[in-house]
Write a protein that binds this ligand. Structure first.
Ligand code: FPP
Length: 249
Protein backbone atom coordinates (compact mmCIF):
# COMPACT_ATOMS: atom_id res chain seq x y z
CA UNK A 1 0.00 0.00 0.00
CA UNK A 2 1.37 3.35 -1.02
CA UNK A 3 1.49 6.02 1.62
CA UNK A 4 -0.30 9.32 1.05
CA UNK A 5 3.13 10.97 0.80
CA UNK A 6 4.10 8.67 -2.07
CA UNK A 7 0.78 9.28 -3.78
CA UNK A 8 1.00 13.09 -3.66
CA UNK A 9 4.55 12.90 -4.92
CA UNK A 10 3.48 10.78 -7.88
CA UNK A 11 0.52 13.03 -8.66
CA UNK A 12 2.85 16.00 -9.15
CA UNK A 13 3.79 18.35 -6.37
CA UNK A 14 3.22 22.09 -6.65
CA UNK A 15 6.56 23.77 -7.34
CA UNK A 16 6.08 26.42 -4.71
CA UNK A 17 4.04 26.40 -1.51
CA UNK A 18 3.70 29.54 0.62
CA UNK A 19 2.47 29.40 4.20
CA UNK A 20 0.75 31.99 6.35
CA UNK A 21 1.53 30.63 9.79
CA UNK A 22 -1.32 31.92 11.93
CA UNK A 23 -2.76 31.00 15.31
CA UNK A 24 0.23 30.88 17.64
CA UNK A 25 -1.42 33.22 20.14
CA UNK A 26 -4.68 31.26 20.22
CA UNK A 27 -2.78 28.01 20.61
CA UNK A 28 -1.03 29.42 23.68
CA UNK A 29 -4.20 30.95 25.15
CA UNK A 30 -6.03 27.61 24.87
CA UNK A 31 -3.32 26.15 27.10
CA UNK A 32 -3.18 29.02 29.57
CA UNK A 33 0.30 29.93 28.33
CA UNK A 34 1.76 33.33 27.37
CA UNK A 35 1.58 34.25 23.66
CA UNK A 36 5.32 33.82 23.23
CA UNK A 37 5.00 30.14 24.14
CA UNK A 38 2.80 29.87 21.07
CA UNK A 39 5.51 31.43 18.94
CA UNK A 40 8.08 29.02 20.36
CA UNK A 41 5.79 26.08 19.49
CA UNK A 42 5.25 27.70 16.09
CA UNK A 43 8.98 27.76 15.43
CA UNK A 44 9.15 24.05 16.24
CA UNK A 45 6.32 23.43 13.77
CA UNK A 46 8.15 25.46 11.11
CA UNK A 47 11.34 23.50 11.71
CA UNK A 48 9.52 20.17 11.39
CA UNK A 49 7.82 21.29 8.21
CA UNK A 50 10.95 22.58 6.49
CA UNK A 51 12.72 19.29 7.19
CA UNK A 52 9.76 17.29 5.91
CA UNK A 53 9.26 19.43 2.80
CA UNK A 54 12.92 19.23 1.82
CA UNK A 55 13.88 15.72 2.84
CA UNK A 56 10.73 13.61 2.57
CA UNK A 57 8.65 15.44 0.01
CA UNK A 58 11.32 16.87 -2.25
CA UNK A 59 9.49 20.19 -2.58
CA UNK A 60 11.42 22.75 -4.64
CA UNK A 61 10.22 26.09 -3.16
CA UNK A 62 8.75 26.91 0.25
CA UNK A 63 7.93 30.37 1.60
CA UNK A 64 7.09 31.09 5.24
CA UNK A 65 5.42 34.33 6.33
CA UNK A 66 7.26 34.83 9.61
CA UNK A 67 6.84 38.55 10.34
CA UNK A 68 4.77 41.17 8.56
CA UNK A 69 5.33 44.93 8.36
CA UNK A 70 2.16 45.21 10.47
CA UNK A 71 3.58 42.92 13.17
CA UNK A 72 5.87 45.79 14.31
CA UNK A 73 2.75 47.24 16.01
CA UNK A 74 2.67 44.38 18.54
CA UNK A 75 3.94 44.94 22.09
CA UNK A 76 7.71 45.44 22.20
CA UNK A 77 8.31 42.32 24.33
CA UNK A 78 6.53 40.15 21.77
CA UNK A 79 8.41 41.73 18.84
CA UNK A 80 11.73 41.28 20.67
CA UNK A 81 10.88 37.65 21.42
CA UNK A 82 10.02 36.97 17.78
CA UNK A 83 13.23 38.62 16.55
CA UNK A 84 15.28 36.47 18.95
CA UNK A 85 13.38 33.36 17.96
CA UNK A 86 13.98 33.99 14.27
CA UNK A 87 17.67 34.62 14.83
CA UNK A 88 17.91 31.43 16.88
CA UNK A 89 16.03 29.47 14.21
CA UNK A 90 18.33 30.60 11.40
CA UNK A 91 21.49 30.31 13.50
CA UNK A 92 20.69 26.81 14.74
CA UNK A 93 19.53 25.50 11.39
CA UNK A 94 22.33 26.94 9.27
CA UNK A 95 24.63 23.89 9.36
CA UNK A 96 21.71 21.59 8.62
CA UNK A 97 20.58 23.82 5.75
CA UNK A 98 24.02 23.71 4.16
CA UNK A 99 24.24 19.96 4.69
CA UNK A 100 20.83 19.23 3.17
CA UNK A 101 20.97 21.70 0.29
CA UNK A 102 18.50 24.26 1.62
CA UNK A 103 18.98 27.70 0.10
CA UNK A 104 17.74 30.48 2.34
CA UNK A 105 16.29 33.67 0.93
CA UNK A 106 14.61 36.53 2.72
CA UNK A 107 11.75 38.65 1.39
CA UNK A 108 11.18 41.92 3.18
CA UNK A 109 12.74 45.08 4.55
CA UNK A 110 15.81 43.49 6.12
CA UNK A 111 17.24 46.95 6.87
CA UNK A 112 14.50 47.34 9.53
CA UNK A 113 15.54 44.20 11.43
CA UNK A 114 17.65 44.36 14.60
CA UNK A 115 21.34 44.20 13.76
CA UNK A 116 21.94 40.72 15.19
CA UNK A 117 19.11 39.21 13.14
CA UNK A 118 20.11 41.15 10.04
CA UNK A 119 23.69 39.89 10.28
CA UNK A 120 22.53 36.31 10.84
CA UNK A 121 20.22 36.54 7.83
CA UNK A 122 22.91 37.98 5.55
CA UNK A 123 25.41 35.31 6.62
CA UNK A 124 22.86 32.50 6.14
CA UNK A 125 21.90 33.76 2.68
CA UNK A 126 25.55 33.80 1.69
CA UNK A 127 26.44 30.42 3.19
CA UNK A 128 23.45 28.59 1.70
CA UNK A 129 23.78 30.11 -1.77
CA UNK A 130 24.85 26.79 -3.28
CA UNK A 131 21.80 24.88 -1.95
CA UNK A 132 19.93 23.17 -4.76
CA UNK A 133 17.30 21.06 -3.05
CA UNK A 134 14.83 23.29 -1.22
CA UNK A 135 14.62 27.01 -1.80
CA UNK A 136 13.33 28.43 1.49
CA UNK A 137 12.15 32.03 1.53
CA UNK A 138 11.39 33.54 4.93
CA UNK A 139 9.23 36.65 4.66
CA UNK A 140 10.57 38.96 7.36
CA UNK A 141 9.26 42.48 7.86
CA UNK A 142 7.36 41.82 4.66
CA UNK A 143 4.29 43.60 3.28
CA UNK A 144 3.11 43.22 -0.31
CA UNK A 145 1.85 46.81 -0.59
CA UNK A 146 5.17 48.11 0.69
CA UNK A 147 6.98 45.84 -1.77
CA UNK A 148 4.89 47.12 -4.72
CA UNK A 149 5.21 50.72 -3.58
CA UNK A 150 8.99 50.37 -3.51
CA UNK A 151 8.97 48.80 -6.97
CA UNK A 152 6.84 51.70 -8.32
CA UNK A 153 9.22 54.24 -6.80
CA UNK A 154 12.25 52.47 -8.31
CA UNK A 155 10.62 52.38 -11.74
CA UNK A 156 9.60 56.04 -11.48
CA UNK A 157 13.19 56.97 -10.59
CA UNK A 158 14.52 54.98 -13.56
CA UNK A 159 12.05 56.67 -15.91
CA UNK A 160 12.89 60.10 -14.48
CA UNK A 161 16.61 59.53 -14.98
CA UNK A 162 16.12 58.20 -18.53
CA UNK A 163 17.37 54.67 -17.69
CA UNK A 164 13.92 53.32 -18.62
CA UNK A 165 11.20 54.50 -21.01
CA UNK A 166 7.60 54.48 -19.76
CA UNK A 167 6.49 52.51 -22.82
CA UNK A 168 9.01 49.78 -22.02
CA UNK A 169 7.33 48.97 -18.71
CA UNK A 170 5.83 45.50 -18.70
CA UNK A 171 5.03 42.80 -16.15
CA UNK A 172 8.67 41.75 -16.26
CA UNK A 173 9.78 45.23 -15.18
CA UNK A 174 7.80 44.74 -11.98
CA UNK A 175 8.50 41.04 -11.45
CA UNK A 176 12.26 41.48 -11.70
CA UNK A 177 12.22 44.00 -8.87
CA UNK A 178 10.17 41.96 -6.40
CA UNK A 179 11.89 40.34 -3.43
CA UNK A 180 10.88 37.06 -5.05
CA UNK A 181 12.35 37.86 -8.49
CA UNK A 182 14.31 34.59 -8.58
CA UNK A 183 11.51 32.39 -7.32
CA UNK A 184 8.44 31.24 -9.31
CA UNK A 185 5.03 32.43 -8.13
CA UNK A 186 3.44 30.24 -5.46
CA UNK A 187 1.11 27.54 -6.78
CA UNK A 188 -0.47 26.96 -3.40
CA UNK A 189 -0.91 29.35 -0.48
CA UNK A 190 -1.96 27.83 2.82
CA UNK A 191 -3.27 29.80 5.78
CA UNK A 192 -3.84 28.19 9.16
CA UNK A 193 -6.15 29.09 12.06
CA UNK A 194 -9.41 29.63 10.16
CA UNK A 195 -8.75 33.18 8.93
CA UNK A 196 -9.81 33.61 5.30
CA UNK A 197 -7.58 36.37 3.95
CA UNK A 198 -4.14 37.06 2.51
CA UNK A 199 -3.20 39.88 4.90
CA UNK A 200 -0.84 41.75 2.56
CA UNK A 201 1.10 38.60 1.62
CA UNK A 202 2.52 38.18 -1.91
CA UNK A 203 -0.33 40.11 -3.57
CA UNK A 204 1.33 40.26 -6.99
CA UNK A 205 2.73 36.74 -6.82
CA UNK A 206 -0.58 35.22 -5.64
CA UNK A 207 -2.42 36.10 -8.88
CA UNK A 208 -3.05 32.46 -9.87
CA UNK A 209 -2.26 30.66 -6.64
CA UNK A 210 -4.70 28.12 -5.26
CA UNK A 211 -5.72 29.08 -1.74
CA UNK A 212 -6.17 26.54 1.03
CA UNK A 213 -7.50 27.43 4.46
CA UNK A 214 -7.54 25.19 7.50
CA UNK A 215 -8.80 25.69 11.06
CA UNK A 216 -5.68 24.00 12.45
CA UNK A 217 -3.61 26.44 14.52
CA UNK A 218 -0.05 26.85 13.26
CA UNK A 219 1.76 25.00 16.10
CA UNK A 220 -0.46 21.98 15.34
CA UNK A 221 0.23 22.08 11.59
CA UNK A 222 2.02 18.78 11.04
CA UNK A 223 3.55 17.32 7.87
CA UNK A 224 0.36 15.25 7.56
CA UNK A 225 -1.64 18.51 7.36
CA UNK A 226 0.66 19.72 4.59
CA UNK A 227 0.15 16.50 2.66
CA UNK A 228 -3.63 16.91 3.07
CA UNK A 229 -3.40 20.44 1.64
CA UNK A 230 -1.36 19.21 -1.32
CA UNK A 231 -3.87 16.43 -1.99
CA UNK A 232 -6.68 19.04 -2.00
CA UNK A 233 -4.63 21.19 -4.40
CA UNK A 234 -4.15 18.23 -6.73
CA UNK A 235 -7.93 17.72 -6.93
CA UNK A 236 -8.38 21.25 -8.28
CA UNK A 237 -8.16 22.25 -11.92
CA UNK A 238 -5.95 25.23 -12.62
CA UNK A 239 -7.00 27.18 -15.69
CA UNK A 240 -5.08 30.48 -15.38
CA UNK A 241 -8.07 32.30 -16.86
CA UNK A 242 -8.38 29.95 -19.85
CA UNK A 243 -11.17 27.48 -20.60
CA UNK A 244 -11.14 23.94 -19.30
CA UNK A 245 -9.25 21.65 -21.66
CA UNK A 246 -7.58 24.43 -23.64
CA UNK A 247 -4.19 23.42 -22.33
CA UNK A 248 -3.78 26.68 -20.44
CA UNK A 249 -2.43 24.78 -17.46
C1 FPP B 1 0.80 34.42 13.83
O1 FPP B 1 0.27 34.01 15.05
C2 FPP B 1 2.20 34.21 13.79
C3 FPP B 1 3.15 35.20 13.77
C4 FPP B 1 2.87 36.63 13.80
C5 FPP B 1 4.57 34.90 13.74
C6 FPP B 1 4.97 33.69 12.99
C7 FPP B 1 6.16 33.14 13.64
C8 FPP B 1 6.39 31.85 13.88
C9 FPP B 1 5.54 30.75 13.43
C10 FPP B 1 7.54 31.45 14.67
C11 FPP B 1 8.84 31.64 14.06
C12 FPP B 1 8.95 31.28 12.63
C13 FPP B 1 10.00 30.67 12.09
C14 FPP B 1 10.18 30.58 10.62
C15 FPP B 1 11.05 30.13 12.95
P1 FPP B 1 -0.50 35.08 15.95
O2 FPP B 1 0.42 35.52 17.00
O3 FPP B 1 -1.05 36.16 15.07
O4 FPP B 1 -1.65 34.19 16.51
P2 FPP B 1 -3.11 34.66 16.93
O5 FPP B 1 -3.77 35.17 15.67
O6 FPP B 1 -3.72 33.39 17.41
O7 FPP B 1 -2.95 35.69 17.99
Amino acid sequence: MKTLVERVKEAGLPDHIALIMDGNGRWARARGLPRVAGHRAGATAAERLVRFAGERLGLRYLTLFAFSTENWKRPKEEVDYLMDLLREFIDEKLAEFVESGVRLRVAGEIETLPESLRETVIRAIRETEGGENLDLTVALSYGARQELTRVCAEIAADVASGRLKAEEIGEGTIRSRLYTADVPDPDLIIRTSGELRLSNFLLWQAAYAELYFTDVLWPDFTPAELVRAIAAYQRRKRRFGGLEGDGAD
